[in-house]
Structure formats: C-alpha cells, structure tokens
Design a protein. Structure first.
Length: 427
C-alpha cells in the first residue's frame, strides 16, 4: 500500500496511471464519492503491493534504501539496476513490502436501542481485523447490578469471525461518568461481590472473554480503593478463565490529583492483563480547534506508560473521528464542536471546494471554510498520514496493539493500512 496526497490538477484517472492501476480500484478502496471528485491535499491509500519512490535531486541508492528500511542490494536487485548506476531525477523505483509486526486490535462498539442494521453490517465488515470487539457499556448500579446495553447479534458476529468479545463495565450514570457511583462500589466489598457475580453471569451467557473496566473521572483519593477493587476482580475472574483489562486516562507522570489522579499506571500494569491508553481528546467538543490526538502529546503518554507498564500489556488508543468547530469557538462562548468521521470530513472539504492542509508537528490534517451564513469553520480530523504516524509509533515502542474508539465512524484508509502494516492476532 502507498499513501498519495492529491496535488493540484490531479484526477483519479491520472493518479491511477501514475501507479499503473485502474482508477476504480482507488475509488473502491478509499470508498470515494461516486462523482470521483477529490480535494487538493486529500490523502489516498493506493491499493498496491509495496510502494513506489520517485528519485529526487541528491538521492542515492544508499540513502533511499536506508530511508525505506531495506538493504541497498535488495533495492538494486528488485529494480534490476547495478549498484553503481547513476539515478535520474524522476526515476521510479519499486520498494517491496517489508515484514509485518504481529499485534492485537480492539474496537469499541456502542450500540443503540434498537441496534441498527448499519451497525450490524459495519461490525461484519470490520470484525476480521479485530482481536477484541469491546461492547460499550454495562453500567454499574449502586446495588451491584448492571444496566446492560442492547447487543443484538454483535457478540455472535465477533465469535464467528474468531474475535474475542470484551465486556466493557463503566461507572456511567445518567449519561456521565460518576465518581460518586464508583466510590460507593469501591467502599463496599458486599456490593462488589454482587457486581462480580452479575458480571460473571453475563459473561457466561453472552460469551465474553475479557472484562474491561472503563472507570473514568474518579475521585483522586479513591486511587488505592480502585486498585484494591481491581485486585479483587482479578481474583474472581481469572479462575473463571476470563482476562481483566482497563482503560487508562492519558498521563505523562504519576500525578495523584485531578480527574486522572486515581488511574495508577504502575498498579494497573501489575494487576490487569492489559490496558488501553485513551490517547485522544486533546481537541474535543469544548476546546479550541486542534488535533484530537496530536503525535507529540500521544508519544509523551506512551513514553511514560512504558516506564510503568510492560509494553506487552499496552494498547495505543486511537480516535476514528475529528471535530468541526465554528466561530466563535467554544472557549469564546460559541457552540460545541460537532464530531464527524474522517470520510465525512474529506467529503466536506470536497463539497466546500477547499484544500486540506497537514500540520507536520501534530501530524494531523485540517481545513477551514465559510458556510452559507458566512460563519467560519475549522475542521481537524484523521487521515492515512496521521494513522500511519500512530502505527509507526506503535512499532517504535513495541506495544501490544491498537484500540479504536469507536465503530460506525467511516475511516476506510485506517483499515487498509492496518492490514498493510500488521498481522492481527486472533486468540
């Protein structure tokens, strides 16, 4: 696979000719508009084996081979050129595909009642690329019972595709994470015993193999209580053949105060089987326009995490969405930003006839436009380049895998590149 960024004057037809494939193959792979229209700066995944490199001024075989991660002899042999042959600017060289790293993948799914056929079809479409399908969420109640989501046949779809079902258990109450609810659970072992039994009953009935606690916005003073709760959960679930995992807020140090204080990276690394870092939401509904998961900030979280948690237990979190802000921005008293999928963002740029820019620091695409009321909008989202940067980060730190929030937000380039970069392990 190769990432191609659309330049002024290019069409699907000319891009197809450039790579020696039919333009329809590019359109189908990227799920493009039927009109075939493109935006300048739009990132496309070219569905070819390996990739091509066009020689630039100052290039040598050695430099190209080094940058592409192959030997100079392999590069020369593949392209049937002598090692000593001079290169010509514009010359096209073929780069063979490299070895794939084995990783695991987890995708959250948040079904509504009733579960839509669109969600069912999307699950069927993506489940082959998953190790875990994580059902969000079973809400804990103060008496130790659970409020269950409507799951339809989603768990069966996962099982038939060889993916494991993860049961996400949360402290959501009245559509928000409740520190008070979690505290009530943490201080009562009697309620915990009822909760653990309820979880085990559901897991057996539905075929869940992992119990995934997504307890957020906790009281910082409940840090030790949460750790003790997880130890008791582990001791209940492991004998039943279930694994235990947690979602962790993005931290860069062992801060013990604030809304992330109760998440103890080192303790979770010791207690649970794996963790999912929620490395997104720097740009969010009420923020200034910015990247949702800027690469430098994400890497700082990973750098801290690998100091506290075994790398073999860490999933890198990745958003499958972006945001559309309008002026005045939320921090200036304006309306909250609206979430949109990468596919929707790209189609919006095409519709508004604006070019897509790419921020080299945050490693994220963005664009601005004025709507019919002359209100300025700013959109930040994900594309093939930004997701490849996260895949490279995952490889760099040797992490267990990648976690996505969430199913239903169309991002076809992600799934193409996931398959191209990795072999997804099934349990």
């Amino acid at each position: 696979m190769q990432i191609h960024v659309v330049e002024p004057g290019q069409s699907l037809f000319s891009i197809g000719n450039l790579y020696g494939i039919k333009w329809q193959e590019i359109a189908t792979a990227n799920e493009l508009l039927e009109s075939g229209k493109l935006a300048v700066g739009q990132a496309l995944v070219i569905p070819i084996t390996g990739s091509y490199y066009w020689v630039k001024s100052g290039d040598t075989l050695y430099k190209i081979a080094r940058d592409e991660g192959i030997t100079i002899s392999e590069l020369a042999t593949t392209n049937n050129i002598p090692l000593s042959a001079p290169l010509t600017v514009g010359q096209r060289l073929y780069i063979p595909p490299g070895p794939k790293k084995n990783i695991q993948s987890m995708l959250y799914v948040e079904p509504r009642t009733p579960v839509s056929q669109v969600m069912i079809q999307e699950t069927k479409k993506r489940v082959d690329a998953l190790t875990y399908l994580a059902m969000f969420s079973y809400e804990v109640k103060r008496d130790g019972t659970l409020k269950a989501p409507t799951t339809a046949n989603l768990t069966t779809i996962a099982t038939e595709a060889g993916a494991l079902n993860a049961m996400v258990v949360s402290n959501l109450e009245n559509f928000g994470f409740s520190a008070e609810l979690a505290h009530d659970i943490f201080v009562s072992t009697g309620v915990q015993d009822l909760l653990f039994k309820a979880i085990l009953d559901v897991a057996q009935q539905k075929g869940y193999r992992d119990i995934h606690f997504d307890f957020e916005l906790l009281f910082p003073d409940d840090r030790d209580l949460y750790n003790a709760f997880l130890r008791r959960a582990r001791d209940k679930f492991h004998p039943a053949g279930l694994t235990l995992s947690t979602a962790l807020a993005p931290k860069v140090s062992d801060v013990k105060t604030g809304i992330y204080g109760a998440h103890d990276y080192r303790a979770h690394g010791e207690i649970v089987d794996f963790v999912a870092l929620m490395t997104y939401e720097w740009g969010y509904t009420y923020s200034e326009p910015q990247a949702v998961s800027p690469l430098p900030q994400v890497e700082k979280v990973v750098q801290y995490a690998v100091q506290e948690i075994p790398r073999s237990k860490i999933f890198l979190g990745q958003n499958l969405y972006g945001y559309n802000w309008q002026k005045p921005f939320p921090t200036q008293g304006g309306p909250p930003a609206k979430a949109l999928s990468p596919k929707q963002a790209t189609e919006l740029a095409i519709r508004e006839n604006v070019a897509i820019s790419y921020d080299p620091i945050s490693q994220a695409p963005h664009f601005s436009y004025f709507d019919e009321k002359r209100i300025q909008h700013e959109v930040w989202f994900e594309d093939a380049r930004s997701i490849q940067a996260k895949f490279d980060l995952l490889k760099k730190y040797g992490l267990r895998g990648i976690m996505y929030w969430k199913l239903g937000l169309a991002f076809p380039q992600n799934w193409l590149l996931l398959e191209d970069n990795f072999t997804i392990l099934k349990k």
